[in-house]
Design a protein around this ligand. Structure first.
Ligand code: AMP
Length: 634
């Protein structure tokens, strides 16, 4: 019997035990759970306590040893390297087993951390699945992050092994991954016993004797072996994924095993509407949460092929994504508005010259989907476009339309309504719901559904402080998403951007504090402020305002040095669009930088109330500096 969205959602919130038990029963458990939810230590919600399972067993063995062994599991396309590969579930099973034996042979065991700094190659996914198989906690670091970002993550997670490749390519340019790893390990306080290198013959590198290992050699040495999947408690951590917060230090979001597995598996059918014959492609990267959930685990848990893409949407030409959709008969595509805005710059024949009849719908997430982009994608592809909203913390969608339940009417600009198990609200600063149509803070009522973050690695207090403290002073237990939203009279949610100081560049999250701390660490800089400004393609871009130390002269070399510092410490994605040296920052009398003033100046918008500003001259100076910049550029 097909139920309505409303009925299903109500059940998932009001009768969550039965709802999630029914979903969990669709997967393999070595030992059944004792309870569906333990909320005795809120806000540390524990799903399926007592149950024993294994993510890799469910994502790989179940299909390889069942009737899907000959079906493709991974379809790898690398326009960067001019290579492609199709790996069946059976082959994946063999390769994951062998690599699990390599890890075990190097004394990597249950609970140990393994850091993965890899490009989009099948071996990265094999490494992730092997960790899950033996119960090691993987932490994938986006292979565009700098050596300092990597060193921070090494220090925080103390991995027993780091897996990388020699290099990768981006639009033909070599990225020296192993060299970045070497620098990170020199800078890190924590020593990592082994670095395992998947050598692609892209870049020269010097092995460190006794520490560095060759992937191929190690895999050959173990031969054809099987490694029993570890019986993991549902509540055991499966991975750590770092994300930006409002302070300089990234937060290691910890994910469990059983709850995550159940949530992802059910989202594949209920949200994405997938069945056994689907071909799923998420164009994201394994370094982000979307990559974890919907390049690796989601499709594989369902036993369907996942397209793994190493490249960019416009290389070798803007038709490349659609070549791949056409070639592999992709049925569900998941991307970000940024990717679509980038393609919009090119003539539509690059898309429309392909046979896209296999494609059923396109999901977009990661940043607000503006109406012009929504209209353009819908018209160009002539397919339903589903905006959905979620976060690294949630692990899977929080607000979405459900293609596998009941499709609700589309409302461009709104990602629709709550996903199963999510009970969301829009509240004022006292945690009281605001009237329909009014702006407020987007919050979730406890318990958070399965699959959501368990804590911050090594810092339970930070988990409470970051997500549960905002409304505590009014006696309310509410999870704060960090976003502003509106709930309209029909119950649709509309996202209005971050309420905290987090910027979203091309769907990637960065704390303004992170950028400011890096700029301020330059010996010639006195202070700095960074904000997010609207950007036509990337959604948001960074604008940074810098005050130099007394007597320091502004030069082009200094500009470049600051930009290089940001690229080195955080990565090229954090390169500011605007970097302006000013004599002073607009501050309140209490010394707080007035970011909204900076934002209004950059976006040429109304300045609002300036009565608390300490020195109005700072506003004129910045306005003039921005005008100067515009003159120079144009
Ligand atoms: P991340 O954890 O890096 O995936 O970033 C999550 C943040 O991206 C959310 O808190 C939102 O600010 C933003 N975001 C994600 N999806 C959407 C969406 N569909 N609409 C608006 N904002 C979104």
């Amino acid at each position: 019997m097909i139920r309505s969205y409303k009925e299903m959602h109500q059940m998932s919130v009001m009768n969550l035990g039965d709802f999630w038990a029914a979903e969990a029963e669709k997967l393999h458990w070595f030992k059944p759970w004792e309870r569906v939810l333990d909320d005795s230590n809120a806000p540390f919600f524990r799903w399926f306590p007592g149950g024993e399972t294994n993510l890799c067993y469910n994502a790989v063995d179940r299909h390889a040893l069942g009737d899907r062994g000959d079906k493709p599991a991974i379809i790898w396309e690398s326009p960067e390297m001019g290579q492609s590969e199709v790996i069946t579930f059976r082959e994946l099973y063999q390769r994951v087993n062998r690599f699990s034996a390599v890890l075990k042979g190097k004394n990597v065991n249950k609970g140990d951390r393994v850091l993965i700094y890899m490009p989009m190659v099948p071996e990265a996914i094999i490494a992730v699945l092997a960790c899950a198989r033996i119960g090691a906690i993987h932490s994938v670091v986006f292979a565009g992050f700098s050596f300092e970002s990597l060193a921070d993550r090494i220090n925080d997670s103390s991995p027993k092994m780091l897996i990388c490749s020699d290099g990768s390519k981006r639009k033909g340019k070599v990225i020296h991954l192993k060299k970045i790893v070497d620098r990170a390990l020199e800078a890190a306080k924590v020593k990592v016993p082994h670095v395992l290198v998947f050598d692609r013959g892209i870049d020269e590198w010097e092995p460190v004797v006794g520490r560095d290992l060759y992937w191929r050699e190690e895999v050959e040495n173990v031969g054809d072996v099987l490694v029993e999947p570890e019986r993991m408690l549902a509540t055991d951590p499966s991975y750590i994924l770092y994300t930006s917060g409002t302070t300089g230090k990234p937060k290691g979001v910890v994910r469990d095993t059983g709850g995550y597995m159940v949530a992802l598996h059910s989202s594949m059918t209920q949200i994405y509407g997938c069945g056994p014959d689907d071909v799923y492609w998420s164009t994201s990267d394994i370094g982000w949460v979307v990559g974890h959930s919907y390049i690796i685990y989601g499709p594989l848990l369902l036993g369907i092929p996942s397209v793994v893409f190493e490249g960019t949407p416009d290389n070798p030409n803007p038709g490349i994504w659609w070549d791949i959709v056409d070639k592999h008969r992709v049925t569900v595509l998941f991307s970000a508005p940024t990717g679509m805005r980038m393609l919009r710059k090119f003539p539509v024949h690059w898309i429309q010259d392909h046979d896209l009849s296999s494609l059923r719908h396109i999901f977009l997430a990661g940043e607000p989907l503006d109406e012009p982009t929504y209209q353009w994608v819908t018209e160009t592809l002539n397919k339903p476009v589903i905006d959905h909203y979620w976060q690294t913390e949630s692990g899977w969608p929080m607000i979405t339309n459900h293609m596998g339940i009941e499709t609700l009417p589309f409302n461009p600009g709104s990602p629709t309504k709550e996903a199963m198990g999510w009970h969301l609200d829009v509240v004022d600063e006292n945690g009281e719901p605001v009237p329909a149509g009014e702006r407020g803070f987007l919050v979730a009522h406890p318990p958070l559904p399965p699959g959501t973050l368990q804590t911050i690695w090594g810092d339970d207090q930070r988990y409470i402080d970051s997500y549960w403290s905002m409304f505590k002073r009014c006696g309310k237990d509410l999870y704060f998403s960090g976003d502003y939203a509106i709930k309209d009279e029909d119950g649709y949610f509309w996202l209005l951007g971050r309420a905290d100081e987090v910027i979203n560049v091309a769907g990637h999250r960065m704390g303004t504090r992170e950028v400011e701390e890096v700029i301020s660490s330059h010996p010639q800089v006195a202070e700095a402020s960074a904000i997010g400004i609207d950007d036509e393609v990337k959604g948001q871009a960074i604008a940074a305002f810098v005050v130099l130390k007394e007597g320091v002269e502004e030069t082009e070399a200094l500009h470049k040095a600051i930009i290089d510092l940001i690229r080195d410490r955080i990565g090229p994605i954090a390169t500011p669009k605007i970097l302006n040296v000013v004599a002073q920052l607009p501050k309140t009398r209490s010394g707080k930088v007035m970011r909204r003033v900076l934002r209004a100046l950059c976006e040429e918008k109304e300045m609002g109330d300036l009565s608390t500003i300490e020195d109005g001259a700072s506003v004129d100076e910045i306005r003039n500096a921005l005008k100067d910049m515009e003159r120079k550029e144009g």
